[in-house]
Write a protein that binds this ligand. Structure first.
Ligand code: GDP
Ligand code: MG
Length: 395
């Protein structure tokens, strides 16, 4: 398979002068079962990095250069990844720094992990055997650790220990489905976006320990404002993931209003008996909730062939709604049995049926409905699978 090591450079002449021959003569030949290549993504470095690369290109036929304007690390990587996939036909790409902070001797270990059938291999500083530079002060150590911790907490993903590592291998099959041209950051935080998307697609991830060294030549291009941008990117991605649940909650709110309007309308204007009006109100709310959820909250699921027809979904939705009523009745019945018809909360006497209604809806009805809608009615679990099937057809 063809694997391209992408090295972004900005004023890395001294480093690239040593790095290219080391990789070409010593490291890459050790990887015998793959066709290895190097793509330097240089942003017109004023120090003449380009000249060095062009000199080496005469000697090494698997060395490529992609020039661009300086927009940031993420922009350089996005451009280089696209080039590696489309023009160089890469099966996988490796993200790798020019400045020897990543040990070139670790490259074969990343590839070996891919050969073990992993799709996304992360060189990790924060698992046993990995390390960050001893020379770093406490401030820098905390900052480095905090960025990743923030993402892990917001995304509730604790299975990956080094989210901000810049040394990793990604199979193109996954990278192709990432919208590289619209990443939320053109700078350092691009890597959070790519990781988020690749993991969400269900890539098999492996972390291998790496030691991250102190930079020896040249200067770091990272600045403080990037930490804030990273947090913003993490939150924006979380928001994207939460859009469905936000819509779902909103629809629930509109259902309440529809119920009230239909109930009062049929009682006051049409003079239906009260109990009948309540029934009409409830069914109207169920109907409107179903329609808005079907055509808005879950509109991206219509092509899923594993799911049932529109009418069957409506039937299931009604059954689920009936289930919600039963849960509420049962919760109140049990609470009254245990606590009596009245409760004392902070010295106030409250009817048990009122005190229990809110927690029952928030902790039982809403989560349960959300799960039923996703798993049983609109079957969102098939979205990921269908996406991959579609992709294969196009290829
Ligand atoms: N092409 C390109 N490369 C960049 C840019 N910013 C950083 N790099 C390269 O990305 C790698 C990592 O950057 P560095 O400044 O060392 O980040 P740090 O290790 O986090 O301090 C190095 O090889 C840099 O030359 C950029 O804007 N464009
Ligand atoms: Mg560096």
């Amino acid at each position: 398979m063809k694997i391209i090591v992408i090295i972004p450079t900005y004023n890395e002449k001294a480093n690239i002068e040593k790095m290219v021959p080391l990789l070409e003569k010593d490291i890459l030949p050790r990887i015998k079962n793959h066709q290895m290549g190097i793509l330097i993504a240089d942003d017109s470095s004023p120090d003449g990095t380009r000249g060095v690369v062009e000199k080496y290109m005469k000697e090494y036929k698997n060395l490529f250069l992609l020039e661009g304007n300086k927009e940031g690390l993420g922009a350089a990587y996005a451009r280089a990844m696209r080039y590696a996939i489309d023009k160089l036909d890469a099966y996988a790409v490796i993200e790798f720094d020019a400045d020897f902070q990543h040990d070139p001797h670790d490259l074969p270990r990343l590839v070996a992990a891919m050969d073990e059938s992993y799709d996304y291999v992360i060189g990790s500083r924060y698992i046993p055997g990995g390390a960050i530079p001893k020379e770093w002060g406490l401030h820098r150590k905390i900052l480095s650790k905090f960025g990743g911790l923030f993402a892990r907490i917001v995304w509730m993903n604790f299975s990956i220990h080094d989210i901000t590592s810049g040394f990793k291998l990604t199979k193109s099959e996954y990278l192709k489905k990432v919208d590289l041209e619209h990443l939320y950051s053109k700078a350092f935080a691009y890597k959070l976006h790519v990781l988020h998307d690749v993991v969400k697609m269900g890539a098999k991830v492996k972390e291998i320990p790496i030691i991250f060294y102190e930079r020896k030549e040249g200067v770091s291009k990272i600045n403080k404002k990037e930490s804030f941008e990273s947090m913003f990117v993490v939150l924006r991605l979380k928001f994207d993931d939460s859009v469905r649940i936000i819509k779902f909650l909103f629809v629930g709110g509109t259902g309440f209003i529809v119920q009230l309007l239909a109930q009062e309308g049929s009682a006051r204007l049409l003079h239906f008996p009260d109990s009948f009006a309540v029934g009409i109100g409830a069914e109207m709310a169920i109907l409107s909730n179903f329609l808005i959820n079907h055509f808005w909250t879950f509109s991206d699921t219509h092509h899923i062939k594993e799911s049932s027809s529109f009418w069957m979904k409506l039937v299931k939705f009604n059954i689920a709604s009936l289930g919600s009523i039963i849960i509420q009745v049962a919760a109140i019945w049990l609470a009254e049995l245990a606590l009596g018809p009245n409760m004392h909360i902070y010295g106030f006497m409250v009817k048990t049926r009122i005190a229990i209604l809110f927690p029952a809806i928030i902790f039982l009805v809403i989560p349960l409905n959300y799960i039923i809608y996703n798993k049983i009615i609109w079957k969102t679990q098939y979205l990921k699978k269908n996406l991959i099937v579609e992709e294969n057809r196009v290829l």
